[in-house]
Write a protein that binds this ligand. Structure first.
Ligand code: PLP
Length: 386
C-alpha cells in the first residue's frame, strides 16, 4: 500500500485496495474464478485454486489484518465457520475457559459439537475479574475465549487485565470482537493472540452477507489456521468477500452513528416507565461503564432492556414496531430488535439462560443509523401498546 497511515479511517478505505494495475480500475475487480492457469505444471502467479487462495478474498484478509492491528487473517463462510476452524487447532483433551455469556451458537458449538469430540469447556463470568476464572485453569487448559461486550447481556470484560493474566499462565487468548468492531476496540493492541469476527454484523454492516474472520497477532501461529482453512474449506466466495470489503470502507462513519444513536435511545428508554432497566455500557448505571470507557472509543450500537411486561406483552411490543425490524442478527444499518430467549439464545439450555438473566421480558436492540428521533418515536409508540 502506498499510503501507510496508521489511522483506522484511512486504513479502512485504502488498505489492500490499490487500483487494478492492468486497467486502472479504482476498485479491484472481483476474481470470480475457482482456478488459475499454469504455464507449466507448478508454475503459476501465486494462485492455484480458490479454496486455497483467491485475490478478492486475500484483499479482504489483508484489510482485516491491518484494521485489527494483526499480522494475518483468514476469512470464512460465516462466523461459526471461523470459530469451528479455530477449534480444530486444539487437540482432544485440551481445555478452554469461555465467557459464560457468549453468543448462543458459540455455546452450542462448544458444548454440543466440540465437547463430544474430546475438547472440554468451562463457562465462567470473566467480567467479575481474573480471580473468577483462574481457579478453572488446569494442566490441559490451552485457551481463554472472551466476548466483550457480550451477547446479549452486554457485560464488559477488562481486556488488559484478562489478557495479561492469560499470558502469564501461558494461555492463548481469543477475543470475539464482533460487537465492538475494530473501530471501537482492538484487542491485539492489548495483547490478544487471536481476534474472531462474525463479519455478518458490523463489518458487513448491511445485513446482506454472512461471513467470518480470524485475525492473528503472530504469523507463525496463523500457519495452522491457514492449513485448516484450506483443509476444512469453509471459505467465503469471491462476491461475498468483495461485498464485505466494500462495506469496511464506511465502518468508521457507520459505527460512530450507531454509537451516537444508541446513546440517545438508551437514555430515552432509561426514563420510560414501561422499561424496567436498560443495559448499555455507555450509561453510568452499567456496572462495567468505567472499563468500557477505558478500553472502547465509544459504547457500541447494542442495547438490551428488561420491559415491565410479561411474555405476551413483550411479544405485543415487538410486533408493534414499525421501523425496528423483528429479526435475528445485528450490526446492519437498519435497526433490528429481537427476543433472545426465543430467538438468538434459544440454543442455550433454559437453566443457563435463567442463570444469565435471559428471560421473558428481555429484548435486544441493534440500533441502526436512521434518524434517531424516528427510532425513539417508534419505540415510544410500541411501548404505548403494552
Ligand atoms: N459471534 C458473535 C458475537 C455473534 O453474535 C455471532 C452471530 O450472531 C457469531 C459469532 C456467529 O456468526 P455467524 O452468524 O456469522 O456464523
Amino acid at each position: 500500500m502506498k499510503n501507510n497511515s496508521s489511522n483506522i479511517e484511512t486504513k479502512l478505505i485504502h488498505h489492500a485496495q490499490e487500483p487494478d494495475p492492468s486497467t486502472g480500475a479504482v476498485i479491484p475487480p472481483i476474481y470470480q474464478t475457482s482456478t488459475y492457469a499454469q504455464s507449466a505444471p507448478g508454475v503459476h502467479k501465486g494462485f492455484e485454486y480458490s479454496r486455497t487462495d483467491n485475490p478478492t478474498r486475500r484483499n479482504l484478509e489483508q484489510a482485516l489484518a491491518a484494521i485489527e492491528s494483526g499480522k494475518e487473517c483468514g476469512c470464512f463462510a460465516s462466523g461459526m465457520a471461523a470459530i469451528t476452524t479455530l477449534m480444530h487447532t486444539l487437540s482432544p483433551g485440551d481445555h478452554v475457559i469461555c465467557s459464560d455469556d457468549v453468543y448462543g451458537g458459540t455455546y452450542r458449538l462448544f458444548s454440543k459439537v466440540m465437547q463430544p469430540l474430546g475438547l472440554t469447556f468451562d463457562f465462567v463470568d470473566f467480567s467479575s475479574g481474573v480471580d473468577e476464572w483462574t481457579p478453572f485453569v488446569g494442566p490441559n487448559t490451552k485457551m481463554i475465549w472472551i466476548e466483550t461486550p457480550s451477547n446479549p447481556m452486554l457485560k464488559v470484560i477488562d481486556l488488559t487485565a484478562t489478557i495479561a493474566k492469560a499470558k502469564q499462565l501461558g494461555l492463548c487468548s481469543v477475543v470475539d470482537n464482533t460487537f465492538a468492531s475494530p473501530y471501537l476496540q482492538r484487542p491485539i493492541e492489548l495483547g490478544a493472540d487471536i481476534v474472531v469476527h462474525s463479519t455478518t454484523k458490523y463489518l458487513g454492516g448491511h445485513s446482506d452477507v454472512v461471513g467470518g474472520a480470524l485475525i492473528y497477532a503472530d504469523p507463525v501461529q496463523a500457519d495452522k489456521m491457514r492449513f485448516l482453512q484450506n483443509s476444512i474449506g469453509a471459505i467465503p466466495g469471491p462476491f461475498d468477500s468483495w461485498l464485505t470489503h466494500r462495506s469496511l470502507k464506511t465502518l468508521s462513519v457507520r459505527m460512530q452513528r450507531h454509537c451516537d444513536n444508541a446513546m440517545e435511545v438508551a437514555s430515552f428508554l432509561s426514563t420510560h416507565k414501561k422499561v424496567q432497566s436498560v443495559i448499555y455500557p455507555g450509561l453510568s448505571s452499567h456496572p462495567h461503564h468505567a472499563i468500557a470507557k477505558k478500553q472502547m472509543k465509544a459504547f457500541g450500537g447494542m442495547i438490551s432492556i428488561y420491559l415491565n411486561a410479561d411474555l405476551n406483552k413483550t411479544k405485543t411490543f415487538l410486533s408493534s414496531l414499525r421501523i425496528f425490524t423483528l429479526a435475528e442478527s445485528l450490526g446492519g444499518v437498519e435497526s433490528l430488535i429481537e427476543h433472545p430467549a426465543i430467538m438468538t439464545h434459544a440454543s442455550l439450555p433454559p437453566v443457563e439462560r435463567a442463570k444469565l438473566g435471559i428471560g421473558d421480558s428481555l429484548v435486544r436492540l441493534s440500533v441502526g443509523i436512521e434518524h434517531v428521533q424516528d427510532l425513539i418515536e417508534d419505540l415510544a409508540q410500541a411501548l404505548q401498546q403494552i
